[in-house]
Design a protein around this ligand. Structure first.
Ligand SMILES: *Cc1c(COP(=O)(O)O)cnc(C)c1O
Length: 223
């Protein structure tokens, strides 16, 4: 695995404004540092404690993106430094992020996660649920969270037509929320979709952030 070459491989395929999130979950600090030294600054983690441990050991200009399901009791571990939380799917979680952001005197950017896949094991909202959250008084009273877009994971399948349909759906959800709730907010601009196996399809459907782990760092070892 040549991390530097892998990063270039992806960066060369990105249009202006599209970001590469290097998913470093399960990888040691030394590996993250190697990517950092090759110029990568944005990293994705899905365990709050791991992210906090790595953040403490890496340069302060790294941008940390939380990409997995976040439990409310773990928000405080990452609230002092996290740059973007990709997978917010409840008002309860937003309220806790707001509380911890306030404690740290920050505004934390978040994406709403949509359930676009066929599998029912994946987290995420539908349009009705997201609209209920965004139009609620409780949400509108939160001054330390900012919703900057949407995120989703397609079904794990080789059927690219299905994956295409799902990413298209996420793009449509984004446009609908944009016109209904964020028409005047240029900061609502992100569509986080695409992983090692489906990033090309995601880019074709307007992804602004691809989240790549295996393609940069090689297979993960969970044992
Ligand atoms: C692990 C993970 C990725 C990266 O997956 P790869 O297939 O290794 O590129 C992207 N997004 C989320 C939410 C993940 O949990």
């Amino acid at each position: 695995m040549n991390i530097k070459e892998n990063l270039s491989f992806y960066n060369d395929q990105l249009s202006e404004g599209v970001k590469l999130i290097a998913v470093s979950k399960t990888k040691p600090v030394e590996t993250v540092l190697e990517a950092y030294q090759a110029g990568q600054r944005v990293f994705g983690e899905n365990k709050a404690q791991d992210m906090a441990d790595k953040q403490a050991k890496l340069p302060t200009d790294v941008q940390w993106h939380f990409i997995g399901h976040l439990q409310t009791n773990k928000v405080k571990l990452i609230a002092p430094f996290v740059n973007l939380i990709h997978a917010v799917d409840s008002l309860k979680l937003l309220k806790e992020i707001n509380k911890q952001a306030l404690n740290n005197n920050r505004v934390i950017d978040c994406l709403l996660q949509f359930h676009i896949a066929e599998e029912d094991t994946k987290f995420g909202l539908n349009m009705q649920e997201s609209s209920e959250i965004l139009s609620s008084q409780e949400f509108n009273a939160l001054s330390n969270v900012r919703i900057t877009g949407v995120m989703g994971m397609a079904t794990f399948t080789k059927n690219t037509q299905q994956v295409s349909r799902e990413f298209k759906q996420l793009h449509q959800n984004f446009l609908q929320l944009k016109s209904t709730f964020f028409a005047n907010e240029i900061s609502f601009c992100e569509i986080s979709m695409g992983m090692s196996d489906d990033y090309k399809t995601a880019l074709n459907h307007g992804s602004t952030m691809i989240r790549i782990g295996t393609g940069i760092f090689g297979a993960r070892n969970y044992t």
